[in-house]
Design a protein around this ligand. Structure first.
Ligand code: UTP
Length: 475
């Protein structure tokens, strides 16, 4: 009774007594679980968020001085910039050789749109082999380490919901050839789901409905998990950040790493030229001298559609969520064990148990999940840097089973990238009337990490032609 009373005192000031509604029915283990979940919550702080984000619908304020962010173009503008890019690529390679860089993959999302049962990183993306996203990255990390004579540590953020399944997958596959100690799993925080009436929802009589707190949770989770300490101990200063659903990414990019360092940037980003004013990418903007990303849904149409005198979009720079982040910046932001990033509201259909204890699966959104986003750290940086990337070389997101940003489009982009690399090395690749590769090919990133590798590989294996209809795996 004493325990119940204490918990009630904890939740009552925030008017969340309904969470203890089934207490008398719970097993000892159920009580322990619910009590631990409730005790972990600062209800006064949560109540503020509920008032701000759930009971009202916050509008993103668009600053009056908002302008497009400057960036380093794909092709250097002049001789001085050419020299800078050359120096940066050398600097990046040197930082890699000196073990100053680690990889960071955020893999804690729920992959709802993909509708795949299991952590998204275990999805069989390989166009020919069906190898998983995780394997794809692991092979690239291994080859990059070999090229730069370093052993890259790979930090992988999971959520409470998929940590175990993710680790098991790695163990079952012998870490895809990586040394187990090269891979550091850590778990992001959770946030409780909140009904439209401001009441927290129960997923079961003995459990809150909890979900991952967004990729913004990465920064604090890096500190809490000891990842930052490990980086410091190993002398690693920079993280190469990418999302688990983008296998086209070069896991480490010397030019990007080097520019980040030469520009003394704390957090940098790759930008892509948007395909149209309303492409669903965050927009790189600048306001009051600070870089910020405004979500596509928040950028007013007149700004999204505004054009330069030459007809190009003013807000051309979209974000594919590829970053370089300095360890010192994360240490600064998370000092004291707190990180204040804004929250974003997502309206969702959230299963819950009702007042009678019956499970309900809503068909319409019934509540809100709150998430923070990593890119909201950019305005907090003293210095930032944005570099243009070539879409077909860096960004093939796997969000949906078919259509835009899908498994299909991702596989096609992987095939096309490998075909282009082979073509550049002198291979004749069959293409159809529309220019699409007319064969299914897959090249292991363990064998070919970049264009230079492709040229060597093609020469060593005397590859001359990829005929139409072929299905080939190169490893
Ligand atoms: P998305 O926003 O695309 O979400 O995540 P998702 O969970 O993969 O897919 P949907 O929206 O449910 O369909 C972009 C990246 O951020 C990671 C994801 O794993 C993915 O790599 N992420 C997202 C986290 O690590 N944690 C989160 O809480 C959210």
């Amino acid at each position: 009774m004493e325990r119940y009373r204490k918990l009630l005192e904890h939740v009552a000031p925030a008017h969340q007594e309904q969470l203890l509604r089934f207490w008398n029915e719970l097993s000892p283990a159920g009580r322990d679980q619910l009590a631990a979940q409730l005790e972990a919550i600062d209800f006064a702080a949560l109540n503020e968020l509920i008032g701000k984000y759930v009971l009202q619908r916050p509008e993103t304020e668009i600053p009056a001085d908002l302008g497009p962010a400057p960036y380093f173009p794909l092709k250097p503008r002049d001789g001085a910039q050419t020299a800078l890019y050359e120096r940066a690529a050398q600097r990046g390679a040197e930082l890699l050789r000196n073990g100053k860089v680690s990889c960071l993959t955020v893999a804690g999302g729920q992959g709802t749109r993909l509708g795949f049962d299991g952590p998204k990183g275990t999805y069989p993306i390989g166009p020919v082999t069906g190898k998983s996203l995780f394997q794809y990255f692991a092979e690239g990390i291994q080859r990059a380490g070999e090229k730069y004579g370093c052993r890259l540590t790979w930090y992988i953020m999971t959520s409470l919901l998929n940590r175990e399944a993710t680790e098991t997958f790695f163990r079952e596959h012998d870490f895809f050839g990586l040394a187990p100690e090269q891979v550091f799993f850590f778990t992001q925080g959770t946030m409780p789901a909140i009904g439209y009436d401001g009441k927290l929802l129960l997923a079961a009589k003995d459990s809150l409905s909890l979900s991952p707190d967004g990729h913004g949770g990465t920064l604090l989770a890096l500190r809490k998990s000891g990842a930052l300490d490990r980086m410091a101990a190993e002398g690693v200063d920079f993280l190469s950040y990418f999302q688990v659903d983008n296998p086209l990414i070069p896991m480490v990019n010397p030019l990007f790493i080097g520019l980040h360092d030469l520009e003394k940037s704390e957090m940098s980003a790759i930008m892509l030229a948007k395909t149209g004013p309303f492409e669903k990418l965050g927009n790189f903007c600048i306001s009051n001298g600070r870089l910020e990303i405004i979500e596509y849904s928040d950028l007013p149409a007149e700004l999204a559609e505004s054009r330069n005198p030459d007809g190009t979009l003013r807000f051309i720079a979209g974000s594919p969520a590829i970053h370089m982040i300095s360890r010192s910046f994360i240490e600064k932001l998370t000092a004291g064990g707190n990180l204040k990033l804004p929250w974003h509201r997502a309206d969702k259909k959230i299963p819950f148990v009702d007042a009678e204890g019956n499970p309900v699966k809503p068909t319409e959104p019934n509540g809100v999940k709150l998430e923070s986003f990593i890119f909201d750290a950019m305005p907090l940086a003293e210095r930032t840097m944005v570099l243009e990337g070539r879409r077909e070389d860096v960004f093939a997101p796997t969000k949906n089973p078919t259509g835009v940003d899908s498994v299909e489009s991702c596989r096609a982009m992987l095939i096309d990238r490998d075909a282009r690399r082979f073509e550049a090395a002198g291979v004749k690749v069959a293409r159809d009337a529309e220019g699409k590769v007319a064969a299914q090919i897959e090249v292991s990133p363990r064998a070919v990490y970049d264009d230079a590798d492709a040229a060597e590989y093609v020469a060593a294996h005397a590859i001359r032609e990829i005929p139409a209809g072929a299905k080939l795996y190169f490893e």
